[in-house]
Design a protein around this ligand. Sequence first.
Ligand SMILES: [Zn+2]
Length: 297
Amino acid sequence: MKISCNMIRDLLPLYVEDLASQDTRDLVEEHIASCENCKKRLEEMRTFEEPPVDTDIAPLRNLQNTLRKKKLQTIILSVMVTLVFAVVTIAYLTTPAYIPYNEYAVSIIEKDDGTVLLNFSEEVSGFNVNQYPAADNSGYVYDITTWETIWQQKINKNDLDNTVLNPNGETVASIYYYNTDGMENTLIYGEPITDGSIVTLPRLVLSYYVLLAIGLLFICGIGLVIFRKNEKIRYGLEKIILLPISYLLAHLLIKGLHSSTYLAGRDLYLIVLVSISLYGALLAGKSILIKKPKSTL
Ligand SMILES: [Zn+2]
C-alpha cells in the first residue's frame, strides 16, 4: 500500500505527542525524509505551543506529580522520625552515669619506659581524660573520670582495655580523678599541683548554643509577624524558624533541661544529629499539611 501525505498528516499529531508506536515513527520519519511538504507541516506543529491534546492531560499529570510528591514526603517523614527515635534511644542507652571516685574504678600502671597505663575495673564503660601542662613545667597534669552506661551493663558487656595515658611519651606529672558532683578532685598519681583543692567544672558551651537558638527563634518570630501578609517571605521564614525549633527540641531530648556538660563533644554531636533528623521530619510534615503558595511553585 502506498502511504499518502494525508495518511502521514493523520499520524503527525501522535508523532509529535510521542504517543506513536515505533513502527509508526519509522514510517513517518521515512516519509518526512523524502517529502518537503510533510516535513514543513511537522515543523509547524512542533512550534505550536501546547497542542489541544495536552490540555486534557495536564491536570492529570499535576495530580500524579502531587501524589508522587506526597508519597515521597511521607517516606521522608517516617525515615526522619525513625532516625530521631533511634538516636535518642542510643543516646539514652549510652548516657554516662559517672562513677564517683573509688580506688577500684581505675588503677595506674607505671612501666619502666615511662609509659603510664590506665587499668579500669569491670564496672567502667567509658572514661574521659583532660590533659594540660603543669605550671612548673614538670610535665602534664591529667584529669580523668569514668562512667557506666546502660548499654554496657545490659546489652554489650565488654571490658575496657588498658589505655596508654601518654602515647607520645609525655611526662606524667600528676593524675587526678575528677567527680561530676562538685566534689574536689582526688590525686591518684604523682605530686599534688597545689596545696588547695581542685574541682573540674562542667563546660557551659551548650548553654550558648541554646541562647543562640532562642535568639534566632525570636528574630524569626518577629519576622513572621512583620511579613505575615507577604506569602513568599512568610513561607521562607516558616522554613528557617524550624531550625532553632529543631535544635531546642533536640537539646531537650538529649540533655533535658540541663545544659552544663562534662562531655561537650558527645552531647553536641548527638544534639546536631537529632536536630537534622527533626528538621527533616518537620519540613516534610509541614509540606504534607500545608500547601505551598502558588508564587513559589
Ligand atoms: Zn507527504
